[in-house]
Write a new protein. Structure first.
Length: 158
């Protein structure tokens, strides 16, 4: 009988360990992810579905796979998809928040350390985003939002 995991042509190191065998003992394969594996190297939803179909296709008819394990696997897939969506949403939210914080400083007086390490202050005239980091433009310098030491209202003319 053909090994269902081998039929997918997936490298064994990419399969997460579930502590169970795949087809009731007939050609069963239990693979674990390497210790250095990250969430990105785990199965994506398409590979999971391929593995599930292969598991059903090659199961031993005299010893079928328990349906509760399929429900658990499906629930885990749903949780992973939800967490991936949430992480993407949080990343977008953080970028929007940083943009809002940076634009709120236009026209404000800020204190910061210049490239030579000298405390300097000036008025923010523009804002740009570079690789997700808000950059405040003061004269000819671009100051990262995290480099701001103090924010004050600009001096009012007398």
């Amino acid at each position: 009988m053909t090994d269902p995991i081998g039929a997918l042509a997936l490298p064994p190191a990419t399969l997460p360990s579930t502590g169970t065998t795949s087809n009731g003992g007939a050609g069963a394969t239990s693979a674990s992810a390497s210790g250095a594996a990250t969430g990105a190297s785990l199965l994506d939803p398409q590979a999971f579905l391929q593995l599930l179909v292969a598991q059903l296709q090659y199961q031993d008819p005299s010893n079928p796979v328990d349906t509760s394990s399929f429900l658990n696997q499906t629930a885990m897939l749903s949780q992973v998809q939800s967490m991936t969506t949430m992480a993407s949403t949080l990343s977008d939210l953080a970028a929007a928040q940083q943009t809002q914080a940076a634009t709120a400083l236009i026209g404000r007086q800020i204190s910061f350390l210049d490239p030579d390490g000298v405390a300097t202050s000036g008025t923010v005239t523009a804002v740009s985003m570079r690789s997700g980091v808000g950059m405040l433009h003061v004269d000819d310098l671009a100051v990262p939002l995290s480099g701001v030491l103090e924010v004050t209202d600009p001096a009012t003319p007398a």
